[in-house]
Design a protein around this ligand. Structure first.
Ligand SMILES: Nc1nc2c(ncn2[C@@H]2O[C@H](COP(=O)(O)OP(=O)(O)OP(=O)(O)O)[C@@H](O)[C@H]2O)c(=O)[nH]1
Ligand SMILES: [Mg+2]
Length: 223
């Protein structure tokens, strides 16, 4: 017996339900005037370190918070909480991505009207997160120099669903002989015109360009 069509149908329904909830979340975020940015990458590309530095800087001026997803541990939430912003860990168990239901649950008890900017760190994975809308306004995809220049070509979907690409750990570019021009070219081949920011959360290089993205967005909310 071939069960494939039914499995495909169940998966399609799950994605449809997720999309509907994500749309409702997006409306909530817009009504509350909170800009929501999600961050996706392979495991260890530097999402948490970048967000810790970002929250630390932005919270001087804006009301910022973060949700962070991992299969296990509260480690990343503890690291992000060092920025002294509200942070909640979402533990997904065996699930390799966040979904809109998890975001809705994690936000229970939070007053969105009291936030300007919410970051969502997805589970480290270049495949599963691509299919799940979280209601975010923008999706940032990180590619660290230690991963190799070819990743945009091998994982095009995640680059296609993102709005901005960050090449991270730029301080290591010479040590690992990473070809920046080739990486940029590969990103552009997958997603022509995509904005690319080179950054090192460790040294601070490129952080101004990255932070500039949010300063203008929050100021543009029109409230
Ligand atoms: N040299 C260097 N190391 C970095 C940089 N950013 C992060 N790291 C290191 O890379 C490792 C992984 O960083 P994380 O911030 O935990 O990466 P992540 O993407 O959040 O990882 P997961 O949540 O497990 O997917 C840590 O040892 C960081 O210290 C950077 O800009 N330069
Ligand atoms: Mg992390």
């Amino acid at each position: 017996m071939n069960t494939t069509p039914r499995l495909v149908e169940v998966r399609r329904n799950a994605l449809r339900q997720n999309d509907a909830l994500a749309r409702a979340l997006r409306d909530r975020f817009r009504d509350a005037g909170v800009r929501v940015i999600s961050v996706v990458s392979s495991p260890g590309a530097g999402k948490t370190m970048l967000l810790e530095k970002t929250l630390t800087r932005l919270r001087r001026q804006w009301r910022v918070a973060a949700l962070v997803g991992d299969l296990a541990t509260e480690n990343d939430a503890a690291r992000l909480a060092r920025a002294q912003a509200p942070v909640k860990q979402i533990i997904t168990g065996t699930v390799c991505h966040l979904d809109a239901t998890m975001i809705e649950r994690a936000l229970e008890g939070w007053n969105l009207d009291e936030l300007d900017l919410l970051f969502i760190e997805n589970v480290g994975n270049l495949v599963c997160p691509a299919s799940y809308d979280l209601g975010e306004e923008s999706r940032m995809v990180l590619l660290s120099v230690t991963e190799g220049e070819d990743k945009p070509l091998k994982y095009p979907t995640i680059f296609n669903t993102a709005d901005v690409a960050l090449i991270t750990k730029i301080d290591l570019v010479n040590a690992v002989e990473f070809d920046l021009a080739a990486a940029r070219d590969n990103i552009q081949r997958v997603r022509p015109g995509m904005q690319i920011i080179e950054v090192s959360a460790k040294t601070g290089e490129g952080m101004e360009a990255w932070m500039g993205l949010f300063q203008s967005r929050i100021a543009d909310r029109g409230d």
